[in-house]
Every structure is written in C-alpha cells, then in structure tokens.
Write a protein that binds this ligand. Structure first.
Ligand code: NCD
Length: 322
C-alpha cells in the first residue's frame, strides 16, 4: 500500500490488494492463538469515528486495532458535541489535536472520508469504513480474501497472485444503485481477474455505467447456472428517495435468491452477502445457512483483513513478534 489513506479500492490496485490478502493470512493465524494479540501497533492510536450505524464493520475494526495493540478510542456521533451544533470539521480537528494516528470513518454522505483526509494537518491516516453509496474498500478486501481462502479450502484452487480470481464469473445482484459495497467489490473482483455481471431491475442500477468493468443483466435465472459466485445485496431503503420497486415481495420473486432459484446454481457455486441480511427478501434463510454460503466466513475474515490494512498504513518494524 503506497498512500497514507485508504479511501477506495483504486488506492490499492491488484498489487496492493494482493499485499493485503497475504498479510491478512498471517494475521488470521494470530487470531487463532490463545492470546490473539501482537505488539505491531503498540504506541499508535486509532479512533473509530462512525457517523452511521454499523455492527460488523465497526466491531471488526475495533477488534483489529486491539489485536495489534493499538490504543483505541471510540467516537459516537449520537453522544458527541455534533449534537450541540459543532461542525464535522471542528469535531475532526478536535480529535486530531489529541494525537491520533488513524481515523476509521463511516458516514452516510459519499466523500466524507476524503474530506476528513483533506482537513488533517498532521500525518494521521484515514480509512474509509463506508461512505454513502460511494465505496467500502475493506468490505471488498475481506470478500476477496474470503473467496480466495474458501476456494483453496474447498477446491484446492491455487491462487495465482496477483490475479487470484482469474476466470471466475461473479454476479452482483440487487440494489447496485445505492450500494457502496457493489462499487468497491466490482473494482476489487475485476482487479483480481474475475468477470463481473451486475444483475438488478433497471431502477436499481446506477444512472450511468460507462467505463465500469462490468456487464449488466436483468435475468437472474438465466445467469445462475453460469456463475461461480452470487453476491447478494440488501435493498438500501435508507438511501432510497422515492419508489424504486413495486414491492419487496415482487423484488424477491424476480431477484431474490430463493431456495428454488438456488437449485439453478452449479455444484461448486458460492453465495456471498456483506450483511446485514434480510432473510427472505434478497436471500432465503436456508440458502444463507446452507453449504454454499460464505456469509459467516466473510464476517470472520473481517478482523484479519482490517488488521492487515491498519498495519500497512501505520505499522513498521516487527510484525508478528511474540
Ligand atoms: C454494508 C454497508 O454498511 O455498506 N454492510 C457492511 O458494512 N457489512 C451493506 C449494507 O448495509 O447493506
């Protein structure tokens, strides 16, 4: 990783992604130790600044920082001076003044992590933990990691780095228009050699797709037998202004991975979802809990991958020492 910040997948390229994945493997081993902690970021301070709800991203960033022995501060916008009218910029500069090495930023507005990076006068790093419908780079990294690792464990697939996903056909299905995960994942999957098809009703596709390394389809049934991976997305109702669908039931009938539709998948196809899953809407419960599902494995990968990212941005010296 060359830059000081991780704002989007484009900051990494295939080589940078490969570097994160290799390091994450080392950190995954740390997670299995009786005391899952290394001194790699001792003396560094990470602040988690989430201005929007989160369960897995926030917890896994916080666990990652702790397992690297960093000092961790947690900012909660609901109980902060933002409520008293302080601006976002003043809040950020206040935190910076306390001496912080990394800001992990989630915000409902696209571009806020880049804005925070622009406001900082010192050397602190900014990691984008999801900004509006823009990007969620660490989700894409943990998805790449999960796919590479699971394919190796299940099929003995030898990852040919840096194109570890070469030849794979991934369908990303659902609310692409409002999804930062879709944007980051399609960039990361295609950087590693996969071909990506976006599958969604026309209303849930972004208004323009020129220049994106993807194909588009509206026919999930026709695509399923040809996919190696189906990546489902939640309907991001909190970002929808207006009516994008006749009803959730109609969406499920056409684009949901129901148990019946999942039978169209090939025997080695894998099912992914970044969570939170709305069971019975975009993904049937029995498919989410079935053998093809990587949902739990994706969550498990989050800590090791975020350790790798924090280490590459902040660390130096002994990596996994005693
Ligand atoms: C996603 C997010 O917040 O962007 N979840 C996550 O971080 N694992 C996807 C979503 O909210 O649907």
């Amino acid at each position: 990783m060359s830059g000081r910040h991780l704002l989007g997948v484009g900051d990494l390229g295939a080589e940078g992604i490969g570097e994160v994945l290799r390091l994450a493997e080392t950190f995954e081993e740390v997670g299995r130790r009786p005391i899952p902690r290394v001194p790699a970021l001792r003396g560094k301070t990470v602040v988690s600044t989430f201005f929007e709800e989160s369960t897995r991203t926030r917890l896994s960033f916080e666990l990652a920082a702790k397992r690297l022995s960093a000092d961790l501060s947690t900012f909660s916008s609901a109980s902060s001076s933002l409520k008293k009218g302080e601006s976002l910029r003043d809040t950020v500069l206040t935190i910076e003044a306390m001496g912080v090495d990394a800001f992990v930023v989630r915000h409902a507005c696209a571009g806020v992590p880049a804005q925070v990076a622009g406001w900082l006068s010192g050397e602190a790093s900014v990691v984008n933990a999801g900004d509006g419908a823009h990007e969620h780079p660490t989700q894409a990294l943990l998805d790449c990691y999960t796919l590479v690792r699971e394919r190796r464990a299940r099929f003995g697939a030898e990852p040919q780095r840096p194109l570890a996903l070469a030849g794979l056909h991934v369908a990303i299905v659902g609310d692409i228009r409002h999804s930062r995960v879709a944007r980051s994942c399609l960039l990361a999957f295609s950087a590693l050699g996969a071909s990506v098809t976006l599958v969604a009703p026309p209303t849930l596709l972004p208004p323009a797709l020129e220049g994106w390394p993807v194909e588009v389809s509206h026919d999930l049934d026709a695509l399923l037998p040809k996919c190696d991976v189906v990546y489902l997305l939640r309907l991001q109702n909190e970002r929808m202004e207006g009516q994008f669908l006749p009803s959730p039931r109609e969406y499920t009938a056409t684009y949901g991975l129901t148990a019946e539709r999942a039978r169209l998948l090939g025997p080695s196809a894998l099912v992914m979802h970044p969570g939170p899953v709305r069971r019975g809407v975009e993904l049937a419960a029995e498919v989410a809990d079935g053998p093809a599902s990587l949902v739990t494995s994706q969550v498990a990968s989050g800590v090791a991958v975020r350790m790798a990212v924090l280490y590459l941005l902040l660390g130096s010296g002994a990596l996994v020492g005693a």
